[in-house]
Design a protein around this ligand. Structure first.
Ligand code: AMP
Length: 175
């Protein structure tokens, strides 16, 4: 199946000029959801991935399924103030102002092989923060995988420059 056909596009959401790529239609289609998870994990089968890290919130859905498929643990990377135990944090720039992403300080053991998962990479700012956080926590980031890439925004190139292999299943032009 061409996964592009099950991603719903909502123009001008959340604001004018943005084409919002909605994956709830993909998640709701049993065959498409299975295919996406299979394709995300396929390059890492047999690679001894210890943990999958997912970015709140859509990265939790895909990341949880990928972790199960790889028999790996799951690490939630969350917005500030959501995790109950001791955390480490990384600040990152948004279009207006900054935000922080947090992870439990003991979520990863030193040297653990971790795969990062999110639904979509645009500028790469969110994923870059996640990689910094995982590395700060002692993890080795073996790859960053996305269902959707928006190549014009340069995110994949940004992560590759950090030494992280990047893969995505489909791409859309524009923002
Ligand atoms: P960025 O940090 O610019 O790579 O943005 C990535 C994050 O923003 C991901 O968590 C995406 O879910 C979300 N995002 C950015 N652009 C879009 C878009 N056009 N459609 C849906 N989600 C988006």
């Amino acid at each position: 199946m061409d996964l592009k056909t099950v991603v719903r596009t909502i123009p001008d959401y959340p604001k004018a000029g943005i084409m919002f790529r909605d994956i709830t239609t993909l998640l709701g289609d049993a065959r498409a959801f299975r295919q996406a998870v299979d394709e995300l994990v396929q390059p890492f089968a047999g690679q001894k991935i210890d943990k999958v890290a997912g970015i709140e919130a859509r990265g939790f859905i895909l990341g949880g399924a990928c972790a199960h498929q790889l028999s790996a643990g799951f690490v939630p990377l969350r917005k500030k103030g959501k995790l109950p135990h001791k955390t480490i944090a990384v600040e990152y720039a948004l279009e207006y102002g900054t935000d922080a992403m947090e992870m439990h300080e003991d979520a990863c053991l030193a040297g653990e092989r971790v795969l990062l998962i999110d639904d979509l990479i645009a500028t790469g700012g969110t994923a870059e923060a996640a990689i910094k956080l995982l590395r700060q926590g002692g993890a080795v980031v073996e790859g960053a995988c996305f269902v959707i890439d928006l190549p014009e925004l340069g995110g994949a190139a940004r992560l590759k420059a950090m030494g992280v292999p990047v893969s995505s299943l489909i791409a859309f032009e524009g923002h």
